[in-house]
Design a binder for this molecule. Structure first.
Ligand code: NAD
Length: 260
């Protein structure tokens, strides 16, 4: 389905981004991986993706907190792979603390990486997508883009903002072949969530497995984690012709979290 197309997935050296990159590569898209980590491990991920799916795959270490590096990422993708057809704005970080104790620099960084990065990347890829009259912009928001939880002021504000940005980009591109939508995952067992489970276990003095079940039980009625592969499946659907008229939507895949 995506043969001949090029996809950038930000924050794809781990977790959800990597799962989405796998799904897009499986359908033939050339991939730009982005994110931090051990260079040897990243290169292993990159070459394995390329070999298994017979696509081209490159890595950019661009920091999504730095606008000039985001523009550089799009320039690198276009120079090395020829074009950008799919942009998945996925890179994101978390920090939990009550508002009155929330560190200023964490607030700023979360807003930069989880929200502003999507603006800068969208701005950088849109001209070429509009020129070819085809493109898919998929923003990985969160259940926290639709509802709130305590101790997550910056994250919830950024993700609600990202859902808002999604709607505006969708309206501005409504008469073109470019679509923009958001995906709102519930709990997915990635390093970002494992950190919250470990913190809960330490705070409450309980085993990690119990902390994991408590975390799910609090929010996610299915009591099962969403998987990166399932999110990749939804991203693929949004890239398909069936989704041509899906515009400005925020799709929850959250085990029932936001149905409550
Ligand atoms: P993760 O920690 O497993 O992966 C985050 C990725 O982003 C990594 O590749 C990391 O290197 C990269 N990254 C971090 N800071 C970066 C920066 N400044 N520049 C470039 N790359 C950077 O996290 P995840 O759970 O896979 O989360 C991915 C996205 O999904 C995030 O936007 C997160 O908010 C969202 N999300 C996650 C969950 C969940 O339960 N895990 C739920 C809802 C939404």
């Amino acid at each position: 389905m995506l043969e001949g197309k090029v996809a950038i997935v930000t924050g794809s050296t781990s977790g959800i981004g990597l799962g989405i990159a796998e799904c897009l590569a499986e359908q033939g898209a050339d991939i730009v991986l982005n994110g931090f980590g051990d260079p040897a491990e990243i290169d292993r991920l990159r070459s394995s993706l390329a070999e298994r799916h017979r696509v081209r795959a490159i890595h950019s270490g661009a920091d999504m907190g730095r606008p000039e590096q985001i523009v550089g990422l799009v320039e690198q993708a276009t120079a090395e792979l020829g074009r950008v057809d799919v942009l998945v704005n996925n890179a994101g970080i978390q920090h939990t603390a009550p508002v009155h104790e929330f560190p200023d620099e964490r607030w700023e960084l979360i807003l930069k990486i989880n929200l502003s990065a999507a603006f800068y990347a969208t701005k950088a890829v849109l001209p070429q997508m509009l020129e070819r009259n085809w493109g898919r912009i998929i923003n990985i928001a969160s259940a926290h883009g639709l509802v709130a939880s305590g101790h997550k002021s910056a994250y919830v504000a950024a993700k609600h903002g990202l859902v808002g940005l999604t709607k505006v980009v969708a309206l501005e591109t409504a008469r073109t072949g470019v679509t923009c939508n958001a995906i709102c995952p519930g709990w997915v067992l990635t390093p970002l969530v494992q950190k919250q489970i470990d913190e809960r276990a330490a705070r409450e003095g309980i085993p990690v497995e119990q902390a994991r079940l408590e975390l799910l039980g609090e929010k996610q009625p299915s009591l099962e984690f969403v998987t990166p592969e399932q999110l990749g499946g939804l991203a693929l659907f949004l890239c398909s012709p069936a989704a041509d008229q899906i515009r400005g939507q925020a799709y929850a895949m959250d085990g029932g979290w936001t149905a409550q």
